[in-house]
Design a protein around this ligand. Structure first.
Ligand SMILES: NC(=O)c1ccc[n+]([C@@H]2O[C@H](COP(=O)([O-])OP(=O)(O)OC[C@H]3O[C@@H](n4cnc5c(N)ncnc54)[C@H](OP(=O)(O)O)[C@@H]3O)[C@@H](O)[C@H]2O)c1
Length: 518
């Protein structure tokens, strides 16, 4: 772990490796007038600039259809920064230096002439690295990716091999199913090598998610317990208090399985369960993640009925606020069968994890927003304390709190002070904030820095995306044509449908609510 006295090293030193000096480059954001740019990308670049982590020279070019000048775009972004910056107030000196590197190029993604104009703008930066080293951020609809990649290639801005480097950054959703992901990946790699494509899952940029590998493989106490001999089962929870709100149109096409399980949940699972990589090089880490995903036991439609639970919220209260049912949300069909909750029991058919259930759940309008992984260890033989505890001696559990209250908690049993032999579970907590101070870079800062540096470790490889879709497609096949049953509805503000409790009860397990650390 890096000393928090040196926050720049914390971000720049990727898992202890020295970072090469970054080369000057130009970042082109397609979709620069949109929400993602104002809310995430520009605040992240601003902070990289503030922390002196950007290359010695850089430009950021925004591309979109709306009429703007360089100056009006900068003013809009400055106002957005007041709202979205993680540090306040905005440092005017840093902003002035940063803003001088921003320029706007108006154009339609479908118009070849607009790319010619973009090419001329980039050439006006000189014939060196600002023209040759190009990071293209596609903050647009995935259906536009193929067109953009083709046009930037034809405009002479993207090459598989040639002067400088060019990379493409894309966001989820990476397709809708395996077939569409395959087609999208073909589009992305038509004029670029796979290693020029950075697929972002912002979960992988989170400090706590990065710490999973560090924690597992640098602590002998836990490393030797991380297998079927010691672990009884694993629970991964990603819960949200928000409903679908204004995103009903998108959600009707996606649902919880595509929106959360295909990407964030399976990514967290692969980091928790993968084998140690031979090195921390990007390909070694990603090879192990893919191997893990491929070891997940395939689900037949009958398995889906037994091992997967979907749910949909009806009207209820979340934190004292009334919430409409999903079918009453805007742009949602009144008889929609789309799931706003999903719980899975996955089995991993490899030597380490044989017969250990991995339970994953995610949902909207749940009582708490939290992401955590709970490793439930096997209990000790219930011999010594049977008189005090009956059959209820709690087993040890390790909880990785990914957000909020980032940290790790270990639960073990302790003697209740006094003359009797009472035993009860107690906890030890590690908290990032208490240990390292409140220095937490946004996931996007780290991911953008890695994209500029060309380190692919934190980006999802094509085969990872496609293997995850295979799993998700098999679940959707199991659901095909089957409407939701009564047992699959849950009131907004509760922990999901009863069927999800039954899923764990099959093996005598129960869901644990995410920890609240005071
Ligand atoms: N927002 C987020 O937090 C978030 C998070 C994860 C993933 N994403 C993904 O990131 C992408 C962008 O999201 P967003 O929320 O920023 O979307 P958005 O607010 O709808 O913005 C879309 C952008 O695309 C531009 N655009 C659309 N059609 C165009 C065309 N024909 N020519 C030129 N520009 C065009 C729009 O600019 P003009 O209207 O000016 O042309 C606008 O700048 C989406 O794929 C989304 O799923 C977003």
């Amino acid at each position: 772990m890096v000393d928090i006295e040196h926050p720049k090293e914390a971000l720049a030193g990727h898992i202890g490796m020295e970072r090469k000096a970054l080369e000057p480059c130009t970042i082109v954001i397609f979709g620069a007038s949109g929400d993602l740019t104002a809310r995430k990308l520009i605040p992240a670049f601003y902070h990289l600039c503030k922390d002196k982590l950007m290359p010695p020279a850089f430009r950021i070019v925004g591309f979109a259809r709306r009429e703007k000048t360089d100056e009006s775009w900068r003013q809009e972004l400055r106002a957005a920064l007041d709202q979205f910056s993680r540090t306040k107030p905005v440092d005017e000196n840093v902003w002035k230096g940063f803003a001088a590197n921003l320029c706007y190029c108006r154009g339609d993604l479908a118009d070849a002439a607009a790319y010619k104009k973009l090419e001329e703008l980039l050439t006006s930066f000189g014939s060196g690295p600002l023209r040759e080293n190009l990071l293209f951020y596609l903050a647009t609809q995935p259906s536009q990716f193929g067109e953009v990649v083709g046009e930037i290639h034809r405009a002479g801005l993207l090459h598989k091999d040639g002067a400088g480097w060019q990379r493409i950054v894309v966001e989820k959703p990476f397709g809708h199913d395996l077939a569409s992901a395959h087609a999208l990946n073909n589009d992305l790699t038509r004029y670029a090598h796979e290693n020029q494509v950075c697929r972002i899952d912002h979960y992988l940029g989170k400090e706590t998610v990065q710490n999973i590998l560090m924690f597992r493989f640098s602590n002998s106490v836990f490393e030797r317990l991380w297998n079927r001999n010691s672990v009884d089962h694993v629970q991964i929870t990603i819960s949200e208090t928000l409903g679908v709100g204004e995103r009903g149109g998108y959600y009707e096409e996606a649902g919880a399985l595509r929106d959360m399980a295909q990407n964030h949940m399976l990514q967290v699972l692969s980091l928790i369960a993968m084998e140690p990589p031979v090195s921390l090089e990007a390909e070694s880490v990603r090879d192990e993640k893919v191997k893990l995903l491929k070891s997940i036991r395939p689900l037949t439609p009958d398995d889906v009925a037994r091992q997967v639970v979907r749910g949909q919220y009806f009207a209820g209260m979340v934190n004292g606020q009334p919430r409409p049912g999903y079918r009453q949300e805007t742009k949602v069909k009144t008889d929609s069968n789309v799931e706003t909750y999903v719980a899975l029991k996955l089995l991993i058919d490899n030597w380490r994890w044989s017969s250990v259930p991995f339970y994953l759940r995610t949902g909207k309008n749940l009582p708490m927003s939290a992401s955590e992984v709970r490793i439930q260890f096997r209990p000790t033989p219930n011999v010594l304390f049977a008189a005090q505890c009956g059959n209820h001696l709690d087993a040890n559990a390790l909880t990785l709190r990914l957000q909020p209250n980032e940290g790790i908690s270990l639960r073990f049993n302790g003697k209740v002070p006094g003359m009797s032999l009472g035993v009860r579970p107690v906890r030890m907590h590690f908290s990032y904030d208490a240990e390292f101070g409140a220095y937490t870079p946004e996931a996007y800062e780290r991911l953008l820095l890695e994209a500029i540096a060309g380190d692919a470790t934190l980006f999802i490889r094509r085969d990872e995306v496609e293997t995850a879709w295979q799993i998700v497609d098999s679940i959707r096949e199991g659901w095909d044509g089957k409407p939701l049953t009564n047992r699959e509805f849950y009131a907004a503000g509760t922990w999901g449908p009863i069927a999800a409790d039954d899923l764990l009860a099959q093996l005598g397990h129960a869901w644990h609510e995410p920890l609240v650390i005071k």
